[in-house]
Design a protein around this ligand. Structure first.
Ligand SMILES: Nc1ncnc2c1ncn2[C@@H]1O[C@H](COP(=O)(O)OP(=O)(O)OP(=O)(O)O)[C@@H](O)[C@H]1O
Length: 584
């Protein structure tokens, strides 16, 4: 039969106590000596296992039948641990931290002689009135815990049947809470993790670092409000997060530690007690706020934003004016919104958007990402340069008698083009997907600070969809992606979509519901605009363009209505009707 000394060399301490060389390996051998069970209590290690010894073979590792229900805790008492009542010196140490003799007594804080001449503080851990563990603290703030004892919360019996409880990160904080009138408080037994784990929650029996939580499950079941008053540092906040993950975020609250001077915040309950007093500590707990749950918010989470909106400190609250007086009344460009632009072929949709971008750049310095699949780069450059320089690019018949832009103007214009626009283009034959476009647009926002994205036109994108998905569902999902992009990056998106073939078209502007594909275009967009021009000289001037604002979701930025602009064929500029060419 194997005995304990003969077993020991078989169980090397895997982690060797880590940096602190803390002795944390617990080994239990059953009374008959037939089986052994071991566990390392260091959170980062957690090595555990079990084995049986067989008298005939003397083998420990030959047969590894799992051992279940083997008790590993020692029986401990105040007497067998040789704990003593606190001496005046240690009571004085606590008094400096504003922890009273009464609080120490009620929590059975004791002392123990250690290594001959040293006195250490003994924080006793009780469960159902029975001593189950003890944690020591020496004068150098070094902690260690009685080996082979159950890990539980400090002060556990104080939260029995309580619906409202507080969890802190150290015994001193638990005692400090009592000075502020809170007995319904427990401390975790062994500190905080460095960071929040990115892994899924392990099953209970494998959740070594948080074994104390599971050991105290019955005490926590009735709690409907759990205030996580862990330390304000990163580790303390990581601990709060890990506790909330296990306890259920919906019943957790968190505290904001107040400032202890002009610069620094208190880091824990004991510091608040020492620097600001018991009343402030009470206030901190009374003012605890709900632990955030991803996706669940309250308006008060946005009060700063609402105030800034009210005071118009964000800028562009009413949208950026378009540059045309006739249109500003109806449409202004709000960052983060989606404008769908439609119109029959050749109505001037692309031209009008280009002219708008030029205006926005001129008035507010906005930069743009252009995903204009139909345009050749050099032709698009020509159209933009003509609008910017207000002269024709070529000496050609469309320019009439107007002077062509000079080489110097072209040079200056090229610099403006490079500074203002970023091109999203699919260099090979394949059609770009919306995801591809939005990923590049995101890069343009982050890298170049673009404020607007033009996707012109929609039907030049790859719209393959699973057989099970209808076109309506597809359009809805695609527009949701576009809107999310716009909102997340405060980037305005102009999306050009063609109307379906209009069989009985009599020359009037099409309807937003005529957009081929889906009614979602009008449903989902923030702004819907139809660009239309008269082609019948008998019906009115042919250079007149009708900008029909058919939908404006944000009443602060505009309203439904039609604006009329004049198109200059020579420079591609759009002007207010009473405005001379070249002026805005
Ligand atoms: N009001 C107008 N009067 C005369 N010509 C115009 C007018 N508006 C645009 N054009 C001309 O019509 C042509 C097409 O313009 P543009 O590419 O902007 O139209 P579109 O609506 O985007 O067309 P498509 O749907 O085919 O892409 C251009 O040559 C442009 O100069």
């Amino acid at each position: 039969m194997a005995s304990l000394p003969s077993l020991m060399p078989m169980f090397p301490d895997q982690c060797k106590g880590g940096d602190s060389e803390e002795k944390s390996l617990s080994l239990f051998v059953t009374e008959d000596g037939d089986a052994a069970l071991w566990m390392c209590f260091r959170g980062k290690c957690g090595w555990r296992g079990s084995t049986r010894a067989f008298a005939d073979s003397q083998s420990l590792s030959g047969s590894l039948k799992p051992i279940t229900k083997v008790k590993i805790q020692r029986e401990i008492t105040v007497e067998n641990l040789q704990l003593e009542p606190l001496c005046d010196q240690i009571i004085g140490y606590f008094a400096e931290r504003l922890i009273s003799r009464e609080t120490l007594q009620r929590n059975s804080v004791m002392q123990k002689s250690y290594a001959g001449d040293q006195l250490v503080i003994a924080f006793t851990y009780w469960k159902h009135g029975k001593l189950v563990s003890c944690k020591y603290r020496d004068s150098n703030k070094k902690f260690w815990q009685e080996a082979n004892t159950e890990k539980i919360f400090y002060g556990l019996d104080d939260i029995k049947d309580k619906s409202d409880i507080i969890i802190v990160e150290g015994e001193m904080d638990k005692l400090a809470m009592e000075e502020a009138g809170f007995r319904n408080c427990v401390s975790v037994p062994d500190g905080a993790p460095a960071v929040v784990s990115t892994k899924e929650l392990p099953p209970e029996e494998k959740d070594i670092k948080y074994q104390y939580l599971w050991n105290c499950k019955e005490y926590l079941q009735k709690a409907s409000r759990i205030v996580l008053a862990t330390d304000g540092d990163t580790a303390g906040q990581a601990l709060a997060e890990e506790l909330a993950r296990r306890l259920g975020r919906e019943r957790c609250w968190r505290v904001k530690w107040p400032k202890k001077n002009k610069v620094d915040h208190c880091k824990d309950a004991n510091e608040v007690l020492m620097f600001l007093g018991a009343d402030v500590l009470k206030e901190v707990i009374d003012n605890a706020e709900l632990f955030p749950i991803r996706g669940l918010f309250n308006f008060k989470n946005y009060f700063e934003e609402i105030d800034a909106y009210y005071n118009r400190t964000y800028g562009y609250e009413f949208g950026l004016p378009t540059g045309w007086r006739a249109l500003n009344e109806f449409y202004n460009v709000v960052p983060g919104e989606l404008t769908i632009v439609t119109g029959v072929p050749n109505s001037g949709k692309s031209e009008w958007i280009d002219a708008l971008l030029c205006n926005l750049n001129e008035t507010a310095g906005w930069k743009f990402a252009l995903c204009s699949m139909e345009n050749r780069v050099r032709e698009h450059a020509r159209k933009l340069l003509e609008k910017h320089i207000k002269k024709p690019f070529f000496d050609a018949s469309y320019g009439g008698s107007a002077e062509r832009m000079t080489v110097e103007e072209l040079q200056q214009g090229k610099k403006w083009l490079s500074d203002t626009f970023h091109l999203i283009r699919c260099e090979d034959d394949s059609l770009p997907s919306i995801k591809w476009v939005l990923d590049l647009a995101k890069a343009a926002v982050l890298r170049h600070g673009v404020r607007g994205l033009v996707i012109d036109p929609y039907n030049e994108l790859d719209h393959q969809r699973p057989a099970s998905q209808t076109e309506t569902e597809y359009v809805s999902q695609m527009l949701t992606k576009v809107k999310r992009f716009a909102q997340h990056h405060s980037c305005h998106v102009w999306f050009v979509a063609h109307p379906r073939q209009l069989h009985h078209w009599v020359g009037g502007p099409p309807n937003m519901y005529d957009i081929s594909g889906s009614a979602h275009f009008i449903n989902k967009c923030d702004n819907g605009i139809v660009i239309h021009r008269n082609r019948d000289p008998a019906a009115g001037p042919v250079d007149q363009v009708q900008v029909c604002v058919r939908k404006v979701r944000n009443k602060v930025a505009g309203t439904i209505g039609d604006a009329f602009l004049l198109y200059n064929r020579v420079t591609g500029e759009f002007m207010d009707i009473d405005e001379p060419s070249g002026k805005r």
